[in-house]
Design a protein around this ligand. Sequence first.
Ligand code: PMP
Length: 282
Amino acid sequence: MSTSYVNGRYVPHGEATVHIEDRGFQFADSVYEVFAVQDGHVIDEDGHLKRLWHSLTELGIAEPMKQGPMKVVMRRLLSINRIRNGALYLQVSRGVAPRDFPAPQGLKPTLVMTVWRAKPFDGSAVKAGKVITMPDLRWKRCDIKTVQLLAGVLAKTEATKQGAVEAWLIDEAGNVTEGSSSNAWIVTADDQLITRHTDHAILGGITRQTLLKLAQEYGLKYIERAFSLSEAKAAKEAFTSSSTVMIRPVTQIDDDIIGDGEIGPFSRKAIELYGAYMKEHP
Ligand code: PMP
C-alpha cells in the first residue's frame, strides 16, 4: 500500500483521513494541484505552486507552509513511494470548524498529498480521441483551482459514457471555454494555433502556459482568444492539454470529424516539443 501525507504525518494510504467537519468536505472550501512526475522530476513545480498560492490568496485560505518546505515534503513522499514517473496530488482546505457558512478566521489549513505511479509520457504512443460538448455550468471564478468540481465531474462522466476522452464546455455565447479537466486548442484553416485567453472563465493551465512558451521559442505563431464551437468544428486540428494527460489530439467533436480525422502536424509538433521539454525538465 502506498504512503500519503496528512498534516505533517506520512501514513499508509488506507489510514489517510481528514475530519468530517473539514471545510473541504462540507463546503468544497479547498484548493488543489496535480503535478506530473517524469524521470524523478516534478514538472513545472514552480508554476503549479504559483497557481496554488493564487488560489489560496483569492480565497483567503492561509498557507499551510512555505513553498520551500512544501517542495521537501513532496520529494519525501515521492521518495518514500519510490515514484519516478506518475503524479502527485496536493490539496489545501481552509481547515476544520463546526459547520457554518462564514469562514472562520485563523483556522489551521489542512494539507494532504497522495501520489501514484504512471507510465512516462511517450509521444509516439499518444492516441487521438473524441470530445463531446456540454454547457459550461461552472461558477464564475474558474481561475481558482478549487475542489468544487461537480460540473466537470458530470460533464466528464457523460463524455466517458459516450466513449469520448473529454467534454468541451460551451459558454452562453457559444464559445468553447475549456475541457472539464484540460485546456482546449484548435488550428484554423489558415494555420492559426488558437487557445482561449485566460480570465476568470477558465483555469490557466500550466501545460497550456508551457506550450505557449515552447510555441514561441519554436517560432510557432499563436493567438489567445475565444473561439466558437462552430469554429472548432471547422478547424483543421484540435487538441487538449493538461498535466496528467499532457497533449491529446482531438479528431472528433460531437458527430463532426476534425480535419481529415488524423493527428495533424501542429498536434504532432506540440507532442514533440512538450515531450522534449519534460525530458530536459527545466
Ligand atoms: N482546465 C481545467 C478545468 C482543469 O481541471 C485542468 C487540469 N487541472 C486544466 C485546465 C489543465 O491544467 P494543467 O495544465 O495545469 O493541468
